[in-house]
Design a protein. Structure first.
Length: 137
């Protein structure tokens, strides 16, 4: 578990981006069960989350014409039960953080893994998100 002085600024950042933070398995299951599209962003305290994934998602949410009906996040290494619950909904994909899954009516239609984030600029990651939103939302 990370200390609050490290995680609180990250939590604030995702709230400012408009993401709904899911902290319990029940919140995760309820969000994913809703009709429509749901992005589950598995947040992380690591550098590739801060340097690429969160800024890339923020850019995509600002420029995409189509967006998921829900944009949610769980925090790896912090809200372990919520992360475990989220990963059960896309268990066919190896766990990684940061990562993101786009689900439509509860089914995974797109996945972004850590290896697709590492070494890429936020603009490149934003493009991946935007393409996924345009194709599936």
């Amino acid at each position: 578990m990370y200390p609050a002085e490290m995680t609180d600024p990250i939590r604030e950042e995702v709230h400012e981006m408009g993401l709904t933070e899911l902290k319990t398995p029940q919140e995760v299951d309820a969000a994913i069960a809703r009709k429509g599209t749901c992005l589950v962003f598995i947040n992380s305290i690591c550098g590739c989350a801060a340097g690429g994934a969160r800024p890339g998602l923020h850019l995509a949410l600002g420029k995409a014409q189509k967006k998921p009906s829900q944009v949610t996040t769980v925090f790896a290494g912090v809200d372990k039960d919520a992360v475990t619950a989220a990963r059960k909904h896309f268990a066919e994909y190896p766990p990684s953080s940061p990562s993101a899954a786009l689900l439509k009516d509860g089914e995974v239609v797109w996945m972004l893994h850590r290896h697709q984030i590492e070494g890429r600029y936020p603009e490149q990651i934003a493009e991946a998100f935007t393409k996924a939103f345009e194709a599936n939302c």
